[in-house]
Structures are given as C-alpha cells and as structure tokens.
Design a protein around this ligand. Structure first.
Ligand code: OAD
Length: 259
C-alpha cells in the first residue's frame, strides 16, 4: 500500500475523513517513534532493555521505590528532550478544527505539547488527549487522593529525595497504569463513549494487542462507523480496517489531511 496521494487507499481514507461528523483517534507508541521515543515491542523497544515486571508494577515500587523512580526519571528526561512530530501536529490541528477526540495509550505527553503549540495561545482543550495509561508527567499520592501534573526533574539518588505529596508528605508515585493494575474506570468509560459516538476511528501506531485499548476500534465499527489504520506494519487490525495506510505517521497523517 502506498502513501502517494493519488493512490486509491489514500483517496478512500480522505473521503471517509471528510464525511465523518465525529472522529475518534486512537494512538500508540508508533505515533511518537519519529520523535525519538522508543516503542514497546519494536527492535529497539523499551521492553527489550528492561524487564517490565522488575519496574512497572506496584510490587516493584513497594520493594524498591527509588529504583522505579530512577527509571521513570530517566524516561521523563528522555521524553522531555523529544518534540512532537508532524503526525502529532496533524492530529492536534484536526482535533482543534473539528469534532474529534484523541485517546492515547502513550505516557509521553507529546499530544499535549502539540495541542498547545498548534492552538498558539488559544484554548487547546479540544486537542487535549485522554491518556488511557496515565502520563510520565503526572504523579499521585500513595496514601491520599492527591493527583497532580509535574514536569520537574526527579532526584532519585536516595529514598529521602523522592517526590513527596504536598498535602500529606507521603511518597508520590508516577500516575501510570502498571502491570497488574486496572485502568481508571472513568477514563475508560469516556474512551468507550467516544469510540461509540464517532463515525470514524483513526488508529495510529499501535500494535493493537493490549486490551482494552485494542478493542476500541471495534466499538466504533459495531456502532456503524469506519476504521482507518496508519501503521508501517501489519497488525491484528489491518484486515479489519476499511483502509490501512502503510507508512510512518509523520508522513501519512499530514498527507491524509492535505497539509
Ligand atoms: P507497540 O510498541 O506495541 O506498537 C507500536 C506500533 O507502532 C507497532 O505496530 C509499529 O509497527 C508501529 N509504528 C512504528 N513506527 C511507526 C511510525 N513511524 N508510524 C506509525 N506507526 C509506527 O506500542 P503500543 O501498541 O502503543 O502499556 O503498546 C500498547 C501498550 O503496551 C503500551 O501503552 C504499554 C505497553 O504495555 C502500558 O504500559 C500499560
């Protein structure tokens, strides 16, 4: 399949996008690959260098919060050096211009940066993503109900230097969904509502193997909508999609949107 604007697939995808009254956008690690953020399952995927069960679990945090924070401090630092790519920017412009909702599995905060940039001082909330798996730039208290946004550097040299709650002084943790933890039910139900209400689901850069996110495109389809996939590789969704545009998001999305 080609990303050439004259190709039949691209023309079909453009038609679906133009006709859609409401668009549901589901993204995964692939949208950020061209920004330099490693994906989870690719050749250089994050999980190849680190064993997730040692770091991204509540048990690991209870056992050694310093080590887990050190890993998240490293990830936060790495992602802070990355910038949104033309794929993030095209999606932000779409969501600012038309009824659309971005739902992401990513924790890198790049959709938010793109939304702020593209809104250029105006209200960017229409392009603010629903973050299914949390964010590297959010924290929550291990004891009380405190939640907050936090872009500060983390000092993980010692247990005593780790971030603490401004309300009760207990240890803060990354506000990220770890292995063995459930997704926030309110966020999840909002995502299912968005998927159901849309007449087009645009799935970008996800291997579509992690539930429940992987089933969201099927919700749009069951409700009568169409599905477009943007991914250089084949996934379990490729045959199911009405159109599969095989290519990198940073090239395909701006082309799809006629930028
Ligand atoms: P994966 O790493 O599983 O999949 C990334 C997908 O992006 C693959 O299908 C690639 O082919 C595709 N891809 C790579 N480069 C791309 C590009 N330039 N443009 C478009 N697509 C590209 O990442 P996810 O599907 O996001 O969960 O993984 C889902 C969840 O698995 C993550 O959120 C994480 C992990 O366990 C948690 O941490 C809870």
């Amino acid at each position: 399949m080609s990303t050439d604007p004259s190709s039949g697939d691209l023309a079909r995808a453009r038609g679906l996008l133009e006709d859609a009254a409401r668009v549901f956008i589901l993204t995964g690690a692939g949208i950020s690959a061209e920004s330099g953020v490693p994906t989870f399952r690719g050749e250089d995927g994050l999980w190849r260098s680190y064993r997730p069960e040692e770091l991204a679990t509540p048990q690991a945090f209870r056992k050694d919060p310093r080590l887990v924070w050190e890993w998240y401090a490293w990830r936060r630092g790495k992602v802070s050096d990355c910038e949104p790519n033309p794929g993030h920017r095209a999606l932000a412009r779409l969501a600012l211009a038309r009824p659309a909702r971005i739902v992401t599995q990513n924790v890198d905060g790049l959709h938010e940066v793109a939304a702020r940039d593209e809104a250029d001082g105006s209200d960017w909330s229409a392009a603010s993503p629903l973050e299914l798996h949390g964010s590297l730039f959010r924290v929550r208290c291990t004891e009380c109900a405190y939640h907050g946004r936090d872009r500060a550097d983390i000092d993980a040299t010692d247990r005593d230097t780790l971030p603490s709650c401004p309300e009760c002084a207990a240890l803060l943790r990354p506000d990220i969904v770890w292995f063995g933890e459930a997704l926030d039910p309110l966020v999840l139900s909002a995502a299912f509502d968005e998927a159901r209400e849309a007449d087009l689901c645009l799935v970008v850069g996800t291997s579509a193997v992690v539930q429940p996110a992987a089933s969201l495109p099927r919700i749009t389809r069951e409700a009568g909508g169409s599905v477009i996939e943007v991914n250089p590789q084949t996934t379990p969704l490729t045959d199911f999609a009405d159109v599969a545009l095989k290519g990198p998001a940073g090239i395909v999305l701006p082309t799809l949107m006629g930028d």
